[in-house]
Design a protein around this ligand. Structure first.
Ligand SMILES: Cc1cc2nc3c(=O)[nH]c(=O)nc-3n(C[C@H](O)[C@H](O)[C@H](O)COP(=O)(O)OP(=O)(O)OC[C@H]3O[C@@H](n4cnc5c(N)ncnc54)[C@H](O)[C@@H]3O)c2cc1C
Length: 400
């Protein structure tokens, strides 16, 4: 009987072990270094576990991955959120969808997912060994030898599902794999600007933010916090530009268009029309749906007396105001943590993996799933979906 090893009892490792056990003629052993498996699942989504996202079109889905979108495009044809929802449903776990598309267990508790996985793994006869910190991996004569301080395990095929564990990445590097440097993804931005941070709690529904001067813009809500900026557009920017931020040590400039897609010229025209149409109204009273304190902040920065009327606004004041609102440049002074979900980008170079089977192109019989690979998604359940999808593909690759 062939012996299958799974290194890492997290989301990807556990799910893969259950799927592989569908094949009855394999002996499956899962090795986890902690005394409890599925540690990240437990704390994920603020303890609620954002399992996946209500997005079922593989083309749209793969756009949610700053690294890995090309490879996942095909992978999602084989296993996507719908498949995970169905799989859980069959195991009597129902998910619910929130207004932004994130999906959670109806119970609102990550323990529902943990209990389901543990029950399934136990019933399927997966051998689970906890407290096994693997310190060395040797590939010799078509066998994988995994060593802890005092024990050795032998396998015919091995799945690496160790998440962003740096020691395992080094072991894999020694075995000939290329590792893309790990840097954080999904973080908030620190901005040392008291005038801005005193507006903590205010948000704008549809703004655009990018790294200045060059960078790909991200749109969506921006939230002002007591340390700087957060919100979906900022988190998206942190994910897509994770490497750029790291290279600059989180000290660079960003540009915000607080009006989203309305550009500078269009806004200039809107301001000139407002001057004409609302000549006798106070400038403070027409705020273009910005929160009033934010509108005052913009007027202040443009040196405009908010109590005067629109007819008295000068052309140079209109110019300054539209620049501040559509080309607002801010200095970033470090990053914060997005507590709901913390993700690392980097990992095994994607070119060295066959994404049909998740098998290494360097070492036959070696497979990968989850965050150990240089794939990461934006916030919203996409990182777990990567774990489920790659675990599914690896399970099929290892069975056949
Ligand atoms: C606070 C937080 C909240 C999150 N919330 C969400 C969310 O709601 N939705 C979402 O999609 N994503 C979320 N994420 C991201 C998500 O948790 C990860 O993308 C996902 O867990 C990756 O799964 P994995 O199996 O690849 O790695 P992991 O879940 O990290 O599992 C790796 C396992 O390998 C074990 N291991 C490592 N090295 C060794 C070794 N040498 N020997 C033995 N065992 C080893 C580890 O102990 C661990 O159990 C969150 C992350 C964090 C930190």
């Amino acid at each position: 009987m062939k012996e299958i090893g799974i290194l890492g009892g997290g989301a990807a490792g556990y799910f893969a072990s259950i799927l592989i056990s569908e094949s009855k003629n394999l002996k499956i052993t899962l090795l986890e270094k902690n005394s409890e498996p599925l540690g990240k699942v437990k704390i994920s989504g603020g303890g609620r576990c954002n399992v996946t996202h209500h997005l079922f079109d593989p083309i749209l889905l793969c756009e949610k991955y700053p690294r890995g979108s090309k490879e996942l495009r095909y992978a999602f044809e084989k296993f996507q959120p719908k498949d995970m929802i169905e799989w859980l449903e069959k195991k009597s776990v129902s998910l619910k969808t929130e207004s932004d598309g994130r999906m959670f267990p109806v119970s609102n508790s990550s323990s529902t997912i943990i209990e389901c996985f543990q029950k399934e793994a136990k019933n399927s006869g997966v051998n689970i060994f906890l407290n096994k910190n693997i310190e060395k991996i040797i590939y010799s004569e078509k066998k994988f030898i995994l060593k802890t301080e005092s024990e050795e395990f032998y396998f015919d095929k091995l799945l690496i599902a160790t998440g962003s564990n740096k020691r395992v990445w080094s072991m894999l590097e020694e075995m000939g794999h290329k590792i893309e440097k790990a840097v954080p993804s999904l973080f908030t931005l620190n901005i040392e600007n008291e005038n801005l941070t005193s507006l903590t709690g205010l948000s704008v529904k549809n703004a655009e933010v990018k790294i200045y001067p060059k960078g790909k813009p991200q749109t969506g809500p921006i939230l002002i916090t007591h340390w700087g900026l957060s919100g979906p557009a900022v988190l998206r920017l942190s994910a897509w530009e994770a490497k750029e931020f790291a290279e600059e040590n989180y000290n660079l400039k960003i540009k915000i268009n607080w009006l989203g897609k309305t550009n500078s010229e269009e806004f200039q025209k809107i301001l000139l029309n407002t001057k004409k149409d609302h000549a006798n109204k106070k400038i403070i009273s027409i705020n273009f749906e910005f929160p009033s304190r934010l509108w005052s902040y913009f007027l202040n920065l443009a040196n405009i007396d908010s109590e005067k009327i629109w007819s008295s606004i000068s052309n140079s004041e209109i110019h300054s105001l539209k620049e501040i609102i559509t080309n607002h440049i801010l200095d970033v002074n470090g990053k914060g943590v997005f507590k709901e979900e913390f993700v690392t980008c980097g990992g095994i170079n994607r070119k060295e993996i066959n994404f049909n089977t998740m098998e290494s192109k360097i070492i036959p019989g070696l497979f990968f799933a989850g965050e150990v690979i240089d794939v990461d998604g934006i916030t919203g359940g996409f990182n777990f979906q990567n774990a489920w999808t790659t675990a599914f593909l690896a399970s099929r690759g290892m069975i056949y």
